[in-house]
Write a protein that binds this ligand. Structure first.
Ligand SMILES: [Zn+2]
Length: 132
């Protein structure tokens, strides 16, 4: 996947969610079709950690059920790095479980920045986030 498309409102929803959880990491799912995000689904970070996230399994299951009943697919996973960096951590690379875009929201100089990455075979490359 070369890019995903999301709206300014969807980006703002992610930023509001991760900002409210900081300094802990926050996470969620991006549901949609093809490469267009239709819904941002917030999921609790069970790890309650500043350097790691583990999606709370019941919330994650409910999100998948909601996607299925609404004819949507998982196209992205987002999580925050409240203290940076903007790129996937070694743990993110090791634990990437789905072939979807990984959106990382990193707080740099008090501003949240979002970047997309494709993680595969122990490495990552950047994916364009098209904000409309
Ligand atoms: Zn991470």
């Amino acid at each position: 996947m070369q890019s995903i498309t999301l709206t300014k409102q969807q980006l703002q929803q992610m930023i509001t969610h991760v900002d409210a959880q900081a300094p802990l990491e926050a996470c969620g799912l991006l549901a949609g079709l093809d490469s267009k995000v239709e819904s941002v689904i917030e999921v609790a970070n069970q790890a309650q950690s500043a350097v790691q996230f583990v999606m709370e399994p019941v919330g994650q299951l409910k999100a998948f059920e909601w996607m299925e009943s609404n004819g949507m697919e998982l196209i992205g996973i987002f999580h925050s790095h409240p203290a940076g960096p903007e790129t996937p951590s070694p743990t993110d690379i090791k634990e990437a479980a789905y072939d979807v875009v990984n959106v990382i929201l990193a707080r740099v100089d008090d501003q949240w920045r979002a970047r997309g990455f494709w993680i595969e075979d122990g490495t990552f490359k950047e994916v364009l986030l098209q904000i409309q």
